[in-house]
Design a protein around this ligand. Structure first.
Ligand code: AR6
Length: 179
């Protein structure tokens, strides 16, 4: 599914975030230490190789809602943007912290003047954020900033399974219909 808003496409696809060769930057659902981990962080660090953690170490730790950018090493991308999402029920206010992740990732991508970025559903795995509520925060923030984007033309969400893809499709439709 693809929607165009203010000349920027928001595309939803099912897949593995570590295999998105057509995106200049991929976003990592990181931990504070910017080390490898489970889920997205595990897949990204495995594919990028140990140099990713080595490069990122100097920038750690980061706080919930923050984002930093590194090279992509052995990944088929130019950059990895590491976002620390909130742990649901613990880091508050969750919606603001999650929104900050998306906002800062877009800012970093724009600073590098790249045209495409791929996001996973930050915080919705190990950190426990309900997928529908997280999708609402993510799309609302991106649409809020979309008219300010200069070089970014493709914002891609890579959802790991069909259920998450369906939830994101539904939430994006609802937001675009003003619901
Ligand atoms: N590609 C795309 N999406 C994925 C992939 C993948 N390869 N693997 C999992 N997902 P999570 P979080 C989905 O747990 O909740 C890590 O250990 C997954 O189904 O990766 O922000 C870090 O080290 C879920 O929908 O991130 C942190 O400690 C979403 O991606 C902690 O987990 C996010 O799941 C971060 O937790």
């Amino acid at each position: 599914m693809k929607k165009i808003i203010s000349g920027v496409s928001i595309e939803l696809r099912q897949g593995d975030i570590s295999k998105q060769a057509d995106c200049a930057a991929v976003v990592n659902a990181a931990n504070a230490q910017l080390e490898t981990g489970g889920g997205v962080a595990g897949a990204i660090h495995r594919a990028a190789g140990p140099e990713l953690a080595q490069e990122a170490r100097a920038m750690a730790p980061i706080k919930p809602g923050e984002a930093v950018i590194t090279g992509a090493h052995n990944l088929p991308n130019l950059y990895v943007i590491h976002c620390l999402g909130p742990v649901y029920g613990q880091d508050k206010p969750e919606d603001k912290l999650l929104g900050n992740c998306y906002s800062k990732a877009l800012d970093l991508a724009e600073e590098k003047q790249i045209s495409s970025i791929a996001f996973p559903a930050i915080s919705t795995g190990i950190f426990g954020y309900p997928a529908e509520a997280a999708a609402k925060v993510a799309f609302t923030k991106i649409i809020e900033k979309i008219s300010t984007l200069k070089t970014l033309k493709n914002v891609i969400f890579v959802l790991y399974n069909q259920q998450d893809l369906d939830i994101h499709k539904r939430v994006l439709e609802q937001i675009m219909q003003g619901k």
